[in-house]
Design a binder for this molecule. Structure first.
Ligand code: SF4
Length: 376
């Protein structure tokens, strides 16, 4: 299906400026989840979702969001937008999946795990049917949160519904109209600004004003998930000096409490949770790996040390112990001004000042009070 965006080749010199796309539909499909991703999205500020809905961000089209909880419409009026998109009348459009995708084929006969709206015969339409029909024509499919990206909590041990991530459901080879795989923004819940920033970047690209998104091999935006938690953690220097927390509430490194930060890809410590506030380690919590495909099974029990932590902490304690002793010596030297080094410290200056006021100063014996001075 061709994209009717400004990306078509301009025919004349005067047409070189891309024609702005005025609005775009975003269809939000709810899977198996807790709606925490929706809440995180509402908390984003950089830009806020309201700015996108009002079309207030320069060069971004106004977003027509079709969200099952935020929409004013309901029933037929709500699902008509998706039907129009399937008929090619809403080009271009974006699909967002929140929550994991259940395997409806497990159900023998009638019944379903998740549905939204009804068909012409009054029968519930399964969420996976909407996804099957909307994904091929979408400019992009974005999975928000760890359930939608990798399966998350619904796909944990037991997994009654054979829950899976959107990429697993649509297949490794799925490509959108913009030739993109499923774009994955993981996190349980994700940082709202990570999601909105990804959407904004995508919309700039759809509108012809920005480059394509740089994604890693798992469809994660590289600039958001290219580094480990540990590399941006404000406790990293404690780790390096071999100084580990013995109890919660300590400002020291939490690897001793089971932090997975050294191997988890997430920007939480630097981006923080909401509007620059919070973030796991910043508020005393350790990383439990919630952005990773192996979450939660590969990270449980959460309160035990990660495998390998013993080796890394022991070597860090030995090397870090030597380093921190050397640093303490350097710090002692650097904590005095050159003036103090020459005069012997701050109190020398005090003697000089008192001397001027008439105190009897003998460098060998120190300060002697002038008889009568300060007796009051
Ligand atoms: Fe690394 Fe975790 Fe320690 Fe932070 S608390 S320095 S992420 S191990």
């Amino acid at each position: 299906m061709p994209m009717s965006t400004a990306q078509e080749t301009p025919s004349t010199e005067e047409d070189t400026e891309p024609e702005e796309l005025e609005s775009i539909d975003v269809f939000w499909l709810p899977g198996e989840g807790c709606d925490g991703c929706s809440v995180a999205t509402l908390g984003a500020t950089d830009p806020g979702i309201e700015d996108l809905l009002r079309g207030q961000v320069p060069h971004l089209p106004q977003v027509n969001l079709h969200h099952h909880e935020l929409a004013v419409e309901s029933g037929k009026a709500y699902v008509d937008g998706m039907r129009d998109a399937m008929a090619g009348e809403r080009d271009p459009y974006v699909v967002v999946v929140e929550g994991s995708v259940p395997n409806e084929r497990l159900i023998d006969g009638d019944g379903y795990w998740i549905s939204m709206g009804k068909d012409e015969n009054g029968e519930p339409v399964k969420m996976v049917d909407w996804l099957d029909r909307l994904a091929p024509g979408a400019a992009a499919v974005i999975a928000i949160g760890t359930c939608a990206t990798w399966g998350g909590v619904p796909a944990a041990q037991g997994n009654l519904t054979d829950a899976m991530g959107t990429m697993d459901y649509l297949g490794r080879d799925y490509r959108s109209q913009l030739d993109l795989p499923v774009i994955n923004v993981p996190g349980c819940a994700p940082v709202g600004d990570n999601f909105i920033e990804t959407v904004a970047h995508l919309l700039l690209h759809i509108g012809g004003f920005g480059p394509p998104l740089e994604l890693d091999e798992l469809g994660r935006p590289k600039w958001l998930f290219g580094e480990t938690v540990h590399r941006n953690c404000n406790r990293g220097a404690y780790y390096e000096e071999g100084s580990f927390a013995e109890e919660y509430g300590s400002e020291k490194c939490l690897v001793s409490k089971g932090c997975w930060g050294p191997t988890v890809k997430c920007n939480m410590p630097s981006r923080r949770n909401l509007d620059g506030v919070g973030g796991c380690m910043n508020v005393g919590g350790k990383c439990i790996g919630c952005t990773m495909p192996g979450f939660p099974d590969k990270f449980t029990p959460f309160f035990e040390k990660a495998p390998g932590a013993m080796i890394s902490t022991t070597s860090s304690k030995i090397l870090g112990g030597i380093m921190s002793r050397l640093r303490r010596n350097s710090m002692k030297k650097l904590d005095t001004s050159t003036r103090w080094d020459e005069s012997g410290g701050i109190t020398e200056r005090l003697y000089q000042w008192k001397l001027k006021r008439g105190a009897n100063y003998d460098p060998d014996r120190g300060l002697e009070r002038r008889p009568g001075a300060g007796d009051d």
